[in-house]
Design a protein around this ligand. Structure first.
Ligand code: NAP
Length: 358
């Protein structure tokens, strides 16, 4: 069913302090809209200073609200009067935790339930845009082989992840399934889902803990100096992801899921793009480590497990992005995305900060 969102009603953005959400808030403010932005701690400067600065120079209006995914009823106040809800908040961390359920799955699923149950309670809400992920479509690259023609589309669902194997991917598929279930239980609001690949591109905040940022920092801080596994990713620019949220929110006939992938690249190709632009000053990876060696030493070097290596290293992956093109998404070339992102990482001093803590 088509939905016309009033340009005068406020838009709720959950997790507004985040990497992707920063760009969503910027584009909404640039369009002159009122943004109800939820953060866990509105007094934490590293979460909100860039948002306040964006609002200073933009025609729109920013209102900050405190909300936590795990606190029931937390989003009600911020949602009052909003016709459009953009739910981006969810932990995106790949390591540094001991309990994957507590760190990832519970906040993702209970948080989605919390936000969407509020949408069902609050009469003004007409549409919810959910930031899901390609991780809700597939878990391991090996899963792509089972898709028709070996190409992943919005018709696939991740059935290979669990809390023990790829818990982040599991958190995303479980949260998206919960969202569709809650959507189907009512008829006032509709759900439009954005499923981005690995997101890169300049961040508006050096404060985000998004794994997107750390994985690009690792390309230039020496951690991958000795080589990278043969791993392929679907990648997309953060600005295109944010624009897709606005298209999904305001295009009256938007519906369903949307895979957002500009290009598919190996880690070595990403290193090659960076070396071509930034030269020899940084220890970008130059070679691929044979799978047998990754198998032998990978688990000793971090959160990489043997089942992950077996089902991802050396497995190609392909995506069909035609639904996102029909939505109106225009993709930045991946080369521009990586070059501009790495420039911001240098300018924000993130490489040095990482070396200091290594
Ligand atoms: P990010 O910068 O870490 O943003 C995540 C946001 O979630 C933060 O603003 C964080 O708020 C919030 N959050 C985490 N736990 C919370 C809790 N318990 N209560 C309230 N808020 C909480 O990561 P991002 O990359 O922008 O990710 C945003 C969304 O995009 C996530 O749903 C992620 O799964 C999805 N996504 C990301 C990528 C990617 O490559 N980056 C790809 C596909 C999908 P605080 O500031 O309070 O910590």
């Amino acid at each position: 069913m088509s939905r016309h969102i009033s340009p005068h009603s406020p838009v709720l953005v959950t997790g507004a302090s985040g990497y992707i959400a920063g760009w969503i808030v910027k584009y909404l403010l640039d369009e002159g809209r009122t943004v109800h932005a939820t953060v866990r701690d509105p007094n934490r400067t590293s979460s909100v200073a860039h948002l306040l600065a964006l609002a200073e120079g933009a025609p729109g209006t920013l209102k900050l609200f405190k909300a936590d995914l795990l606190a029931e009823g937390s989003f009600d106040e911020a949602m009052q009067g909003c016709e459009l809800v953009m739910h981006t908040a969810s932990p995106f961390v790949l390591d540094g935790f001991t309990d994957a359920n507590e760190a990832l799955v519970r906040p993702a699923v209970e948080g989605t339930r919390n936000v969407l149950e509020a949408a069902s309670r609050i009469d003004s809400v007409q549409r919810v845009v959910l930031t899901s992920s390609v991780a809700a479509v597939f878990g391991d690259n090996a899963d792509a082989a089972a898709a028709p023609g070996g190409t992943l589309t919005e018709a696939q669902w991740n059935t290979s992840s669990s809390v023990d194997h790829n818990p982040y991917q599991y958190s995303k598929v479980a949260a998206e399934r919960e969202a569709w279930k809650l959507c189907e239980a009512q008829s006032r609001w509709d759900l439009v889902v954005i499923n981005p690949g690995m997101v890169y591109g300049p961040s508006l905040t050096p404060g985000s803990h998004s794994a997107s940022i750390d994985t690009l920092v690792s390309m230039g801080d020496g951690r991958l100096r000795t080589g990278v596994p043969d791993l392929s990713y679907g990648v997309v620019d953060v600005r295109d992801v944010a624009r897709a949220h606005l298209l999904a929110g305001f295009k009256a006939d938007a519906e369903g899921r949307h895979l957002l992938v500009a290009e598919t690249l190996t880690m070595l190709q990403i290193g090659g793009i960076l070396r071509a632009h930034y030269g020899k000053g940084y220890p970008f990876p130059r070679s691929q480590v044979p799978k047998a060696l990754v198998w032998a030493v990978g688990p000793l070097m971090g959160p990489v497990t043997r089942p992950f290596i077996s089902r991802n290293v050396g497995h190609p992956v392909r995506f069909d992005n035609r639904r996102s093109l029909a939505l109106g998404v225009q993709y930045h070339p991946a080369e521009q995305t990586f070059v501009e992102h790495f420039r911001q990482i240098i300018d924000d001093g993130l490489l040095k900060r990482r070396r200091k803590h290594a």
